[in-house]
Design a protein around this ligand. Structure first.
Ligand code: UDP
Ligand code: MG
Length: 342
């Protein structure tokens, strides 16, 4: 067992209005971590990040920190407002002190029961990260699934971040990988892409999709679409190249059209009847120009935001509960098992 200052495993959980899910999550987590502590003598910490919740999530966190039946030390960070899941994840990773760190959602859609297997895989030493992937999208609107699939296809084509379709943010990382993720100083954080970009050896664990235990998803279709656009602009400059290619293609079309008009005028004279085709071309070119300007604007906006170097999140308060007791329920279970074996 390592000393208390360096837990063997930190579990980071971003929480936004998760008052109803958090207690169930803590119970399930302790059901899983208890035996791990008893069998292997491991030391855990739970880092809860309150992303500006307005439903009393922070009070739940405080009361969890006071519970002495949990096999982990509970630490919490509360933001001054809602900064988004990406910021909450990064705050949790920065605060985590563990030799390895797991990130997971509070709604039990990332089953804690996978943690022992993930931990064993990581300890086996063949990988730096154990990540999870949903194999089904059951319970999700079909249009959302179709858009998600299209997004993964596009981003993998146009960027060098290897992003796996169905990848969850539920993953266990070794300390070197966590440090690598934290070393990327960009403000516009698209974690799925960052994990792929930093590399390291990753083992994928597939699992069936699970419905959230309580509350509702914080992601509307438009939020997801904006998130997808963020991902593309963060990891690829292909849309800028697309703007140039469109420009060149249109120049070629215009040239061909000009030749056609000149040849037609030479052969058949110059009847003044080109108004509709002229308007069509003007509108098309204007539309493409605006589109390209918009694409460039997206990158300019991102650059502008990056240059401000604003913090990713602001902490209103933080706290921590006492260290998990050395002899808890888990230890008792271990003794009982030992007794049975004897
Ligand atoms: N979350 C967060 N900040 C936000 C939105 C979500 O910290 O602005 C947390 C949320 O509490 C949950 C996790 O991110 O623990 C995933 O959110 P959700 O379950 O709504 O996403 P979904 O599973 O539907 O993709
Ligand atoms: Mg969820």
């Amino acid at each position: 067992m390592s000393d208390v200052a360096t837990p063997d495993l930190s579990v980071v959980v971003p929480c936004y209005n998760e008052r109803e899910s958090l207690p169930a999550f803590a119970d399930e987590l302790s059901r899983v971590l208890g035996p791990m502590r008893a069998e292997k003598g491991l030391c855990f910490e739970l880092v809860l990040v309150d992303d500006g919740s307005s439903d009393g999530t922070l009070d739940v966190m405080r009361s969890l920190a006071e519970r002495d039946d949990l096999p982990c030390q509970v630490r919490w960070i509360s933001f001054s407002r809602n900064f988004g899941k990406e910021s909450a994840l990064i705050a949790g990773l920065e605060a985590a002190r563990g030799a390895c760190v797991a990130t997971m959602d509070a709604d039990l859609q990332d089953p804690p029961s996978l943690l022992p297997e993930m931990y064993d895989l990581l300890c086996a030493g063949d990988c730096d990260s154990v990540a999870t992937r949903r194999v089904t999208r059951a319970g999700e609107p079909p249009i959302r699934s179709a858009c998600a699939r299209l997004f993964y296809r596009v981003i993998n084509r146009i960027s060098d971040a290897d992003i796996v379709d169905g990848a969850r943010d539920f993953r266990l990382m070794s300390r070197p990988m966590v440090d690598a993720v934290l070393s990327l100083g960009e403000r516009n954080r698209f974690t799925k892409g960052i994990y792929g970009w930093v590399g390291f050896r990753t083992v994928w664990l597939p699992y069936e999709n699970v419905e959230r235990v309580a509350g509702e998803t914080k992601w509307s279709f438009f939020k997801l679409a904006a998130y997808a656009l963020d991902g593309i602009t963060a990891f690829s400059t292909a849309p800028l190249a697309f703007a140039s290619v469109m420009g060149i293609a249109l120049c070629l079309v215009a040239l061909a059209f000009a030749i056609f008009v000149i040849v037609r005028a030479a052969l058949f004279g110059d009847p003044v009847d080109g108004w509709p085709s002229l308007m069509t071309v003007i509108l098309l070119v204007a539309g493409v120009q605006l589109l390209c300007l918009g694409v460039i604007g997206q990158y300019l906006a991102k650059t502008y935001l990056e240059t401000k170097r604003r913090p990713l999140y602001l902490v209103r308060e933080r706290g921590e509960g006492p260290c998990a007791r050395e002899t808890g329920d888990g230890r008792g279970e271990g003794d009982a098992a030992g007794g049975a074996a004897r």
